[in-house]
Design a protein around this ligand. Structure first.
Ligand code: HEM
Length: 330
């Protein structure tokens, strides 16, 4: 069985490599089968270790993949630090003092450079670690299409404009997804990643105390949940406290998030909008996922693969960065 898989992967890879000369290469689940056969194991072992000291890390890492892919495609641009030629996306509105896990990406990259120098791109690391984070947290596992190369540019302005924000309404969010080829099913399925991880109080303060300038809380929040959140997130202070995105099963990747929305316990307004926007088509999708975890998992995997396929650099485009924080030879 294993040999059979190996050879079919090998054959497909050989054909794909031959085709690169006539067209752009596609991503392939076999991409590293010969050049770095243990890539998944290496990524998983670094992630497992990181989980020991930081149970939130899986959530933080999948978010990096999302924020990378929405800005000029999945090209690792988010990982670049400031330099003479780079204005880092890490300082953009949605990322500043918010995205985290970059040190774990560095550790994964170092482990991979040790075993397969110059082979595995930073953009692929984000895709691989996202799958590992989901499956290690009780969610689905899947074969990740690979072969992305790393970009040599960052785009702060696009990061400001294209990454959805917690205060965006459903139509803004759908528009931002649609710009990168993702539809409403993708919006709802991928929002299911808010089944784990947390958000800072400052992100939800408006909902808790002064929703849309009304001086009142968001009326779509369940009253006892509102009280819990107000206790956790006071109206004043630095707003750096954390609230779980899924207050019921926070560290588990499951379909509880959708049941929370039915119970008016979505943490971000962008979450609750999926269920509480009058006549929205997303309501039926939320109801389906809440009833049927298998369908949620199946759609989540499809949408993750679609998201991971946003404008990848393949073939000879871009490069395989040696350090995820900077372009090569700079
Ligand atoms: C639908 C539009 C989305 C919006 C408006 C949104 C917004 C947010 C916001 C505001 C936070 C909290 C940030 C903070 O506290 O600083 C957050 C956290 C998070 N987001 Fe999203 N998000 C969206 C979609 C997604 C997608 C598609 C994924 C992944 C596939 C994702 C994964 C996560 C995770 C796992 C966290 C928690 C991260 C952690 O604990 O470090 N989100 N999101």
């Amino acid at each position: 069985m294993f040999l059979h898989q190996y050879f079919s992967c090998f054959t497909i890879l050989t054909i794909l490599k031959a085709l690169v000369h006539v067209s752009d290469a596609q991503l392939s689940t076999c991409y590293y089968s010969t050049s770095c056969p243990n890539v998944s194991k290496i990524v998983s072992s670094v992630l497992e270790e990181a989980f020991q000291s930081d149970p939130r890390i899986g959530a933080s890492l999948i978010r990096l993949h999302f924020h990378d892919c929405f800005v000029n495609g999945c090209d690792g641009s988010l990982l670049l630090d400031n330099s003479s030629s780079i204005k880092t996306e890490k300082d953009s509105i949605s990322n500043a003092n918010s995205t985290r896990g970059f040190d774990v990406v560095d550790n994964i990259k170092a482990a991979l450079e040790n075993s397969c120098p110059g082979v595995v791109s930073c953009a692929d690391i984000l895709a691989i670690v996202s799958e590992a984070a989901v499956s290690m947290s009780g969610g689905p596992s899947w074969e990740v299409p690979l072969g992305r190369r790393d970009g040599r540019k960052a785009n702060r302005k696009k990061a400001d404009d294209c990454i959805p924000r917690g205060s965006d309404n459903l139509s803004n969010i759908t528009a931002k997804f649609s710009r990168v080829g993702l539809n409403l099913v993708d919006v709802v399925a991928l929002s299911g990643a808010h089944t784990f991880g947390s958000a800072q109080c400052r992100v939800i303060r408006g909902r808790l105390y002064n929703f849309s300038g009304t001086g009142q809380p968001d009326p779509t929040i369940n009253t006892s949940y509102l009280k819990t959140l107000q206790d956790k997130c006071p109206q004043t202070g630095n707003g750096l406290g954390l609230a779980n995105l899924d207050p019921v099963t926070n560290y588990t990747f499951d379909n509880q998030y959708f049941t929370n929305l039915q119970n008016h316990m979505g943490l971000l307004s962008s979450d609750q909008e999926l269920f509480s926007t009058t006549n929205a088509s997303s309501i039926d999708i939320v109801n389906t996922y809440s009833k049927d975890q298998a369908t949620f998992f199946e759609n989540f995997v499809k949408s993750m693969i679609k998201m991971g396929n946003i404008k990848p650099l393949t073939g000879k485009k871009g490069e395989v960065r040696l350090n995820c924080r900077k372009v090569n030879n700079k």
